[in-house]
Structure formats: C-alpha cells, structure tokens
Design a protein around this ligand. Sequence first.
Ligand code: NAD
Length: 349
Amino acid sequence: MKTVKVNASKSYNVLIGDRLLERLGEYVNEAVGKCRLCIVTDDKVDALYSECAERSLRSSGYETEKFVIKNGEASKNTTSLIALLEFLAENRFTRSDCIVALGGGVVGDLSGFAAGVYLRGIRFIQAPTTLLAAVDSSVGGKTAVDLEAGKNLAGVFHQPSLVLCDTRTLDTLDERIFSDGCAEVIKYAIINDKPMFERLKGGIKSDIERVIAECVAHKAEIVEKDEFDRGCRQLLNLGHTVGHAIELCSGLTVSHGSAVAIGTVIITRASVALGYTSEDELCQIISLFKSAGLPTDCPYSAEELFSAATADKKREGDSITLILPYGIGNCKPYKLPVSELCKFIRKGL
Ligand code: NAD
C-alpha cells in the first residue's frame, strides 16, 4: 500500500493499494472515528462493490445507509443533489456523521457537494473506483453538479477526510473508461514529470499503484499551493480548454479523456509551431496517448473549436489562459487574447 498525505486547509491521507475495500472499516475508523455513514454509489458500482464495502464497515461496528444513483454523467445534476440531501435529512444524519462516496468522479463530485452543504458541511470519504477518480477527482476538494447551462457550474470546495483507492476495483472497468483515466495520468507527466513520462511508455497498468501514487502526489503538491484554483492549479487544465470544446462539438459523444488527449496534442503542436517544444517530443506524446488507447486526431475545424471554446460559461474577460508545454515535463500558463485563439488552434491542427 502507498500513502500520500494532502496538506490542504484540511490534512488527509490518500491510501492506494490492492484489496483496500476489504479493510475500509478500519481505515474509516482511523480517519473519522465512530459515526453513522451514508454510502453513495451508482447502480453499476453498487452491484460490484457495495457488499464488500458494507461488510467491512459493519465488521468495524458502523451503521450504514445507502443512496444509489443511476450511473453516468446525466445523474450529476441538481435533482440528484436535492434527492441526496433529502435522504440524509430523512435518515437523520447529523453534523458528526459522514458520507462515503463509492464510485467514479460522478459519485465523488455529487457526494462531496452534498457533504459540503448538508447542515453547512459534514465529513466525507472518497473511495474512487475509476482511474480518473483515483488520480484526479477524488483528491483536492473540488465538488460539483452540472447545470443546464454547462458542466460543473455549481459546487463547493470541500476536502474529504480520507481517500481510499482499492486498485483491484480498476480490473472491472471497461477499456474505454480505463483509457479516459490514462489521459489524466499522461497529463500529469507532461505537466511536470519527464521521468514518469518515460516510465509510462512501459505501460500504465503494469505498476498501477505507483502510477496512481505519483499522480496523487503531483495533485497534492498543486492543491497545497493553490487550493482554491486562483493560480497554479490551472496547470491541471492542460488540454482541457480545447478538450471541452471537442466534447461540446461532438455533442458529448467524444469522452472526456479522449477529448483531453486530442486537446493536449493540439496545444503541443501549436507549441511546436511557436518553437517551444520539439517535433520529436510531440511524436512521443502522440505515441503515448495512442498506446493508452486514446485518439489524437481532431475531427473538427479551428472555427468550430473556437466557437465552442468561447461559449464556455466560466470564461473571464477578453483573454484566455491556456496551459502550454515547453517540452515534456515543463508546462506553463500562456495567456492570449480571445481574438487570437482561433489562429492559435489552427497552428495545432
Ligand atoms: P463516472 O463516475 O461516470 O464513471 C464512469 C463509468 O464507470 C460509470 O458508468 C460507472 O458506473 C462505471 N464504473 C465506476 N467504477 C467502476 C468499476 N470499478 N468497474 C466497472 N465500472 C465502473 O466517470 P469518471 O470518469 O470516473 O468521472 C468523470 C467525472 O469526474 C466528471 O463528471 C468530471 O466532471 C468529474 N471530474 C471531477 C474532478 C474534480 O476535481 N472534482 C476532476 C476531474 C473530473
């Protein structure tokens, strides 16, 4: 087992290891002590892992309730949020109780938001079961639901009390969903870890515990410096501005991970055109994404991407900040006027 400590406004451990779910009760007890627990999960994960989690919690003396949502992004909405809050209230959860989010990023984001606002904030624990949730969404305290106007438009910052990642659960993921997580793994390496980038060429699955721990350590370092996303946390958005535009252009049929991979390639190719990254490094990035089962070619024009990117409700002012690689392992913010974004994207296609 590997442990990464996150020292944000609240300190907590991220535990990563094989079969950890079987010992969930022990670790929950260490982190939050005796209380009542509300397990939040989705129907797919429920069928696979709730029993194991509940058995472990019961054997450590916990009383649990369970709230199950339908799997998929469509459940990350205000209707599910309100239903979860009502469920907590009906079941008389108090300020000393705790939520356990068992699932991927959808379950984690929704549970974290509910925990952040129920009774003005109760504790919650993340038990991520997708690679994306393990390396990204479960750590750092960003929670959210989607609104009609766009993704993640409502949420709070609320750090978990513990993150417990049982790497065995990743064995049941569909290849496509595993690949989505790989895009985020590769992202960390391109941002600031060239040695990790080299190791990933040997395969991501082969040493998954170490890979997750390294990604979490990178995320922890960034979150500790900029918990509330006003500065260097933006580095984590590598490939995401163009990636979101690709998701929008596709009507969300291109998955997030695939869109981030394509977006990262576009940004890197633009960086090559500007003379900041070598052609050889671009080829290495493309080949690593491909080996992880991710696409790298963009089916949309610069004009289509530009109009989708500028429709982003969270955009501020007349300039846009992209994260630009200056070679593998060295990314920095790159601010440009919105009026030049289309030309910039064209360089990357
Ligand atoms: P997800 O939670 O929808 O999970 C993907 C699918 O995998 C679902 O169908 C789920 O039921 C299934 N699944 C989960 N674990 C499984 C397992 N072990 N075996 C088999 N199937 C399993 O999606 P995701 O990719 O985990 O997360 C995406 C969400 O995360 C998005 O809503 C995104 O906005 C959010 N996110 C949040 C942050 C953050 O910092 N809070 C960061 C990145 C992404």
